[in-house]
Design a protein around this ligand. Structure first.
Ligand SMILES: N[C@@H](CCC(=O)N[C@@H](CS)C(=O)NCC(=O)O)C(=O)O
Length: 205
């Protein structure tokens, strides 16, 4: 059976769990990471020398990197509806996934770690984080307003998975935030999907 290593409240593990549910695949999961066994445990370093979750075991194949795992699962299970084969469409989806894990998440990280994890090391980065995160949210809002309802237009794709999880965190972390109407509509639309209810909009930031 497929096996996921990583705590279910990690934004990167949640991408994989959401995808597995989109595909209707059964899996087992082992808790590792903050609040559980630490990822610098020598036992975990044998699973992933980089020392982060998630990791997927698919039989005798082991894979790290959340976005890569999501793409692998789409391809392996022939889900061209979620990750089309055409090169430009595919690259555009990958661009949204890369953006969601880098530029879109850069401002989010200190805000989340200060306000939710309550790590004092991030306290002085909250204002700058909110500013940066809000600017990127504005980019997504304008894109969805002009080209939505999903990041790739009419159809839900894996481009919405990393993006949708950062959007969940935006609405779930308590701070004074500007209103982005198209992003709110997107959040409600994603919430119609049971896998997003389970792993995205599930009350966990
Ligand atoms: N680029 C990696 C990043 C993974 C990552 O940063 N994972 C975090 C959790 S979201 C982690 O393992 N943190 C250590 C911990 O939970 O103890 C991916 O996308 O899979």
């Amino acid at each position: 059976m497929l096996k996921v290593y990583g705590r279910a409240n990690s934004i990167n593990v949640r991408k994989v769990l959401w995808m597995l549910d989109e595909l209707g695949l059964k899996y087992e999961r082992e808790d590792w990471g903050r609040g559980f066994r630490p990822t610098d445990d020598p036992e975990f370093r044998k699973i992933n020398p980089v020392g982060v979750v998630p990791v997927l075991d698919d039989g005798d194949f082991r894979l790290r990197e959340s976005n890569t795992i999501v793409r692998y699962l789409a391809d392996k299970h022939g889900r061209a509806d979620l990750f089309p084969k055409e090169a430009r469409t595919r690259a555009t989806i990958e661009a949204w996934m890369d953006w969601a894990s880098t530029d879109f998440a850069n401002g989010m990280r200190p805000v989340f770690h200060a306000l939710v994890v309550k790590n004092p090391a991030f306290a002085d980065q909250v204002a700058a984080g909110i500013k940066d995160w809000s600017r990127q949210m504005g980019v997504l809002d304008a894109h969805l307003f002009a080209n939505g309802p999903y990041v790739m237009g009419q159809n839900f794709t894996i481009g919405d998975i990393p993006t949708g999880l950062v959007v969940n965190r935006w609405f779930s972390v308590p701070f004074e935030k500007p209103e982005f109407k198209a992003v709110s509509t997107y959040y409600d639309r994603l919430a119609q999907r049971p896998p997003y209810q389970a792993h995205g909009r599930n009350g966990t930031p």
